[in-house]
Design a protein around this ligand. Structure first.
Ligand code: OXD
Ligand code: MN
Length: 591
């Protein structure tokens, strides 16, 4: 059936269930966007910010119980539970029909249904994939306009190929009791009901570009990952592309937009993407990455001229803020922004706020949604249909102890093991406790659409591809703390010093020290001139505590144990070799 007809049929079917007052097919034009913005101001779902200071920018306040991704209510729907794996919530298609589908019945009565065709990935790229989101939220429609290539361009691809992900979203009654985010990888379908929050409701992002795409990537031999993509340019003009996985709210946007400190003049960092990387093998054997998105949906609190000046410039116009505070002059404000706190403001719920208030002004997971093209350091290749060739892959977490500032894996399969064993302290990006250490393999725990044992196997299989020019794999940790709880590494722009070593290693240069858990930089290999980090701190940042690592490996083994016999043998081998290396180093009294 031609694509357009298939789409019309699906929309009609969804309309029969949801009973909207009217249906609007979005064309993605500027006029349409501005009209939506007007309508949202009329119904108070958008508040106009100070247009002199923040032209084209608005504030959206979400329901107070709907401010983060709700992982507990996120399901993978497959016939067999084992295909979703032990780390995903599973629902059978039958249960979805009886438990979730009825929630859509009449859900759009008195509301408008917006049909949002979108494309993920640069048009013309072998990785460009189409989807259509049906939503009754204008906030979702305007953010999708920023985050994806929306409208005509997507319709062209759908018309041509007949292929699209069917993404059905309704705010429902916004009750967490009736909130579900359900994925059907087999039918390329997503159902999201009861939430208007970005990660739950902008269905092109986590739901399509990660959960559904990861399944497709496995079938087709590519990778859909929770990774930023950046280019590091040396003073000689050599650009090296890096993809880096970090769990949510661990500084991906900051790293992607890194501003080199003045003392590292001549170096530049170019942003290709800040959240998701789709990567495929090119004819030359190299791994090419595209950013499937066209915008940044970043965490506002903590963003400042010090931590991320490029983001501050990006979000100065045409930005839809969610759940930040607003000053009486109509300026957005959040904790960690530059300058003093305002004497008075409205907090993220719209209540009066002052520095004496007990609560935070901005929600810790408040977000900005801005077009990628506004980023001052956007790469000239950010929308190249071929993507950029990746030379290094980074896995990073938020760990106060244990993992060093940086280490290089011994091989691809050791690197996959390092990524699979990743753990991190939780943040406000997901509902639940903050600061608890949890295993988060490759930062994909909440985003892998299938059994993670098979995901590890898929990663391992890439290492055996004939002719593949494998990127080197590294682990980084910007978040080590001393015994007083103080961060030991300055982070932000200074992370470039670590990237410099990584680039050197990726290009076959740079000095290393071998340890049981990987190659570490030779103490002199990271330039610390003018950094204010003592030699002793540097030693601590790069120290390997073999006993603590062995204890960590027990936790890791318990986690891997969840996968039973489905865990790839190669991963077991990597784990046991590392254990042996640690034990023998421990017997010799450390590394
Ligand atoms: C995000 C997240 O919004 O990971 O990128 O939560
Ligand atoms: Mn993310």
């Amino acid at each position: 059936m031609p694509g357009k007809e298939k789409l019309i049929q699906w929309v009609e079917e969804m309309a029969r269930q949801t009973e909207p007052k009217r249906i609007v097919w979005c064309d993605g034009s500027d006029e349409e966007y501005h009209q939506f913005i007007e309508e949202m101001q009329d119904d108070r779902s958008l508040i106009r910010l100070n247009q002199k200071e923040y032209p084209g920018s608005y504030l959206h306040r979400s329901h107070p119980s709907d401010v983060a991704r709700t992982e507990k209510l996120t399901f993978i729907c497959t016939t067999r539970r084992a295909d979703a794996g032990p780390t995903n919530n599973w629902m059978s298609p039958k249960e979805a029909q009886t438990r979730v589908w009825p929630l859509y019945h009449g859900a759009m009565q008195e509301r408008t249904m917006y049909v949002v065709p979108y494309l993920m990935g640069p048009p013309g790229s072998p990785l460009a994939r189409a989807g259509v989101e049906i939503t009754d939220s204008l906030y979702v429609a305007v953010c999708m306009r920023i985050m994806t290539r929306m409208g005509r361009i997507a319709m062209e691809q759908i018309g041509r190929t007949g292929e699209f992900v069917k993404a059905l979203h309704s705010l429902g009654d916004l009750s967490p009791e009736r909130r579900f985010i359900v994925h059907f990888p087999k039918g390329d379908e997503i159902w999201s009901v009861g939430s208007g929050y970005g990660g739950n409701a902008l269905l092109g992002k986590k739901c399509h570009a990660l959960r559904i795409a990861s399944v497709e990537a496995r079938q087709e031999g590519w990778l859909a990952e929770h990774m930023l993509i950046l280019g590091v340019q040396s003073p000689r003009g050599e650009v090296t592309y890096v993809a880096a996985a970090f769990p949510s709210a661990c500084g991906k946007t900051n790293l992607a937009m890194l501003m080199p400190p003045p003392e590292l003049s001549g170096w530049r960092v170019w942003t290709v993407g800040d959240d998701i990387a789709w990567m495929r093998w090119g004819d030359d054997g190299r791994l090419y990455a595209v950013n499937p998105e066209t915008g940044f949906f970043g965490v506002a609190p903590g963003t400042s001229a010090k931590t991320n000046p490029n983001a501050m410039a990006t979000i100065r116009r045409n930005t839809i803020y969610a759940n930040v505070a607003m000053t009486h002059d109509g300026l957005p404000w959040w904790e960690g922004m530059d300058g003093p706190s305002p004497a008075e403001a409205w907090d993220w719920r719209g209540h009066p706020w002052s520095p004496a208030s007990e609560d935070k002004a901005s929600h810790p997971n408040a977000r900005f949604c801005s077009p990628a093209t506004q980023c001052p350091c956007i790469s000239s290749k950010w929308d190249d249909p071929q993507g950029v060739p990746i030379s290094a892959i980074l896995f990073g977490g938020r760990r106060a102890r244990l993992t060093p500032l940086v280490l290089e894996s011994f091989s691809w399969s050791h690197g996959v093991y390092v990524g699979a064993g990743m753990a991190t302290e939780t943040t406000a990006a997901q509902s639940g406790a903050v600061g608890v250490v949890r295993r988060d393999p490759m930062a994909m725990l909440p985003f892998c659409g299938y059994n993670m044992a098979d995901y590890f196997a898929h990663w391992l299989a890439q290492g055996g591809r004939a002719g593949a020019v494998l990127p080197k794999i590294f682990q980084v940790n910007w978040f080590r703390q001393d015994e007083n709880g103080k961060y030991m590494w300055p982070g932000f722009g200074q992370n470039l010093r670590v990237l410099q070593w990584i680039v050197d290693r990726a290009r076959g240069r740079g000095a290393v020290v071998e340890t049981p858990v990987g190659f570490l930089p030779d103490p002199k290999a990271i330039d610390t001139t003018g950094l204010g980090v003592s030699e002793e701190s540097m030693r601590d940042l790069l120290a390997i505590d073999t006993e603590a690592w062995l204890a960590e490996m027990e936790e890791e083994a318990a986690f891997f144990g969840l996968f039973g016999s489905r865990l790839p043998e190669e991963l077991r081998r990597e784990m046991s070799s590392q254990e042996k290396r640690l034990e023998s180093a421990n017997a010799k009294g450390g590394r």
